[in-house]
Design a protein around this ligand. Structure first.
Ligand code: XIL
Length: 377
């Protein structure tokens, strides 16, 4: 398959035909196959949006049909694990960029940039680092500084956008995974350095690179529940404090791992995005996917429609509030963490259908919901 995007004129023609043929609920033209008609990133781009998805380097290299769906759909890549600490620095001072290069190099060959995820996170933080930062503040700071310096200096020509700190806000009481106390998540770096570890990470990143986009990424702030409201308050307070302290931060990433069991209010979410943007920050949707409800409808059409409807409501709200960049956490259900990761998989053993493409890489209602949201904007 050609790795070149279609030429300008022909792309516009295809896009026009696709928009006319396939956007309705029953639109068969776009319903099947990864390669029919323009991809989501092209539909998004025609309206000034960026669409991308999390990707796995091993599948990209080893599974041509997996690579094809990324080629067709994703204008921006984010490595699902390849940019995390445990992969990049599995032992102290021993860095390994091979897996990350697999993603970035594939994208560069096709004009698809990669965003970085994630420099500092309490997960994928290897045992050696847990022990090292427990030795005290000076050691913790130097371990964090060394990691950030090496990763950013190595990737600076190829990655211009990084999640600097991931999931720093503590989950409030009532949420799925409440943390006992504090507004910030209890992590090894918080214990060693106190709340200023977040400021320090962003400052270290800015020292390395004056124009890199520095992003604070988090979840649990999307839905219309009391604990999401509290988490929104905590995240806004964190961000405002950082700005007051003149910490360099450019954007907030909202993961958007949505759940159908929870209520969603477009107005509530939009006002949160507006509040962040009023602080001068960009807002990105970084990891969109949807966990289905407790009782599933019998047929896939009905299931997929529920997911699609939630995605429509979410995207209309986000777009209305000024979000320009959307990434899903994977493209196809077959490789979604919602089916492979025990913490979020369905307890009844059924498989979530929470991404734009199904198990066989066919476009389904979520794909069409996203296409409609982009093209109608
Ligand atoms: C997940 C991956 O998808 C899994 O494969 C991995 O085992 C754990 O991490 N929020 C994030 C992502 O920021 O890095 C997580 O990715 C999903 C939740």
């Amino acid at each position: 398959m050609s790795s070149r995007p279609a030429g300008r004129a022909s792309r516009r023609l295809v896009l026009g035909a696709g928009l006319a043929a396939g956007l309705g609920r029953g639109g068969a033209a776009w319903a099947q196959g990864g390669g029919q008609g323009p991809g989501l990133y092209q539909i998004a781009r025609a309206k000034g949006f960026t669409f991308g998805a999390a990707v796995q380097s091993g599948l990209l290299a080893g599974d041509p049909s997996y690579a094809a769906i990324y080629e067709n759909e994703a204008g921006l890549l984010v490595p699902e694990y390849e940019g995390k600490w445990a992969t990049l620095q599995p032992k102290e001072g021993e860095f390994d960029f091979a897996a990350l290069d697999g993603v970035v190099g594939w994208g560069l060959a096709r004009g698809r940039p990669t965003r970085g995820h994630a420099l500092v996170w309490h997960e994928s933080f290897p045992d050696w680092a847990v022990s090292a930062v427990a030795e005290g503040a000076p050691r913790a700071r130097s371990v964090m500084a060394a990691h950030i310096a090496r990763v950013l200096s190595t990737t600076r020509l190829r990655i211009r956008d990084w999640d600097v700190v991931n999931e720093a806000v503590a989950d409030p009481p009532g949420s799925d995974t409440p943390q006992a106390q504090g507004e910030l998540r209890d992590t090894p770096l918080l214990r060693a350095l106190g709340p200023s570890y977040i400021d320090t990470a962003f400052r270290l990143a800015r020292e390395q690179d004056a124009t890199l986009r520095l992003v604070l990424n988090d979840y649990g702030v999307e839905e219309d529940t009391p604990w999401a409201e509290e988490k929104r308050r905590r995240l806004l307070a964190l961000v405002r404090g950082m700005l007051q302290r003149r910490v360099p931060i450019d954007a907030v990433g909202i993961q958007a791992h949505l759940q159908l069991v929870r209520p969603f209010s477009g107005a509530v979410f939009a006002s949160f995005v507006n509040a962040l943007r009023a602080e001068g920050l960009s807002v990105l949707v970084t990891e969109l996917d949807v966990r289905e409800g407790n009782a599933l409808p019998e047929d896939y059409v009905a299931r997929d429609r529920l997911v699609g409807d939630r995605v429509t409501a979410f995207m209309e709200s986000a777009i209305g509030a000024g979000v320009k960049t959307f990434l899903t956490w994977g493209l196809a259900d077959r490789h979604s963490w919602l089916v492979t990761f025990a913490g979020v998989a369905r307890p009844d053993g059924k498989l979530h259908r929470g991404l734009p493409l199904d198990w066989e890489y066919n476009r389904k209602e979520m794909w069409r919901a996203m296409a409609r949201a982009f093209s109608g904007a």
